[in-house]
Write a protein that binds this ligand. Structure first.
Ligand SMILES: Nc1ncnc2c1ncn2[C@@H]1O[C@H](COP(=O)(O)OP(=O)(O)OP(=O)(O)O)[C@@H](O)[C@H]1O
Length: 343
């Protein structure tokens, strides 16, 4: 199936000469219809610029960018308007019109698109009901919480029935509980309405709980991309490993490892737990090794289990080595050594 959004060696340079900034640098990436695609990176990595290219808020400097089969780099203003009508956008700061009511904000894009008044009202009521704020129709943005404002933002973005929803740090201004509510709403929008969602974030938690696939950006480049589960399970790049560590928190930091070694004189190892599962207890028993769980965490990534357990092993060196060889044939094992002989 042809991708819904296709970046082909796309570049975006701001300015020229010595002060030129290469915000997006040779990005090649396909986003499929119906998926939730995450783009993660630190501040300044080029994430916002990348998505602003999709609805041609910024023109590309080089390469080709296809949206629904159309090369947006070659379209005129009137054709671009049609492409943009198929793309909704949600922002970190909500970007609501403060002088209009909630209903007025959601109706605005319909008005611009020339919908007759009666049809507009029905559509607005339907949307507010869908995002769960029907009772706030007559309220003004200043009377709403952050989560409610973002629901208005999402309703407004969905008003003209776009195929694509671009969410730029949509939950970054929200507290953790409200973030979860808004992420759940975005999941529903994807599942129930079939809208392709592109989320930009600097938080790996958002990627973990929402996205199917992810691209990691650094210095304008996509340094790694793939299914979220695979990227979490086997991050290749340093930046990716750092992002993964921020959300899993399943492995001891160097300082925590020091404390563990102090408290537990035995051999310390970290065993990766994946979807397939490893019966660690049975392996310990089979090799006559005692194991105490001293650190760990197992969570869900893209609705599949993943994490690790750190154990203190006690037994003969030969038995422990045989156990580790056995476990290594089934999963990843990191040998952290002992306090006396750290690995
Ligand atoms: N309009 C502009 N003019 C000049 N430089 C720009 C412009 N927009 C972005 N940049 C530069 O492009 C680079 C990428 O910026 P961008 O906003 O895309 O990054 P980001 O990953 O979204 O970061 P953040 O999370 O902080 O928004 C930065 O160096 C930024 O300063």
């Amino acid at each position: 199936m042809a991708p819904l959004i296709s970046f082909q060696d796309v570049g975006k340079v701001f300015g020229s000469g010595a002060t030129a900034v290469r915000a997006v640098d040779g990005v090649t990436l396909d986003i499929q219809a119906g998926e939730i695609f995450g783009v993660i990176g630190y501040s300044g990595a080029g994430k916002s610029t990348l998505v602003r290219l999709v609805n041609a808020l910024e023109p590309v400097t080089s390469g080709r960018l296809l949206v629904d089969g159309q090369d947006v780099t070659a379209l005129g203003e009137s054709q671009l308007r049609r492409v943009r009508a198929g793309i909704g956008m949600v922002f970190q700061q909500f970007n609501l019109l403060n002088s209009r009511t909630v209903a007025g904000n959601v109706a605005y894009p319909l008005k611009v698109a020339g919908w007759p008044k009666a049809k507009r009202a029905a559509r607005v009521a339907e949307l507010l009901d869908y995002v769960g704020i029907a009772d706030k129709a007559k309220a003004y943005p200043r009377q709403l919480s952050g989560g409610q404002k973002q629901r208005v933002g999402i309703a407004r973005a969905l008003a003209t029935e776009p195929r694509i929803l671009l969410a730029d740090e949509a939950t970054s201004a929200l507290d953790p509980d409200t973030t979860q509510d808004v992420l759940a709403l975005l999941r529903r929008v994807n599942r129930e309405l079939g809208v392709t969602v592109v989320v930009i974030t600097h938080e790996m938690d958002v990627i973990r709980s929402l996205a199917h696939r992810v691209a990691v950006m650094e210095d304008g480049k996509v340094i790694e991309h793939g299914p979220v589960y695979d990227v979490f399970a086997a991050p290749r790049e340093r930046a990716t490993r750092r992002f993964v560590a921020t959300t899993l928190k399943d492995r001891p930091t160097p300082e925590a490892l020091e404390r563990l070694r102090h408290r537990h004189p035995g051999r310390i190892v970290t065993v990766t737990i994946r979807e397939a599962g490893v019966d660690v207890t049975a392996a310990l028993r089979a090799h006559g090794v005692d194991g105490t769980i001293v650190f760990g965490g197992i969570t869900e990534i893209d609705e599949r289990p993943f994490g690790s357990l750190t154990l203190e092993l006690t037994g003969s060196d030969a038995a422990i080595d045989a156990l580790l060889a056995d476990l290594r044939s089934r999963t990843d094992v990191e040998d952290l050594g002992t306090a006396g002989v750290p690995a």
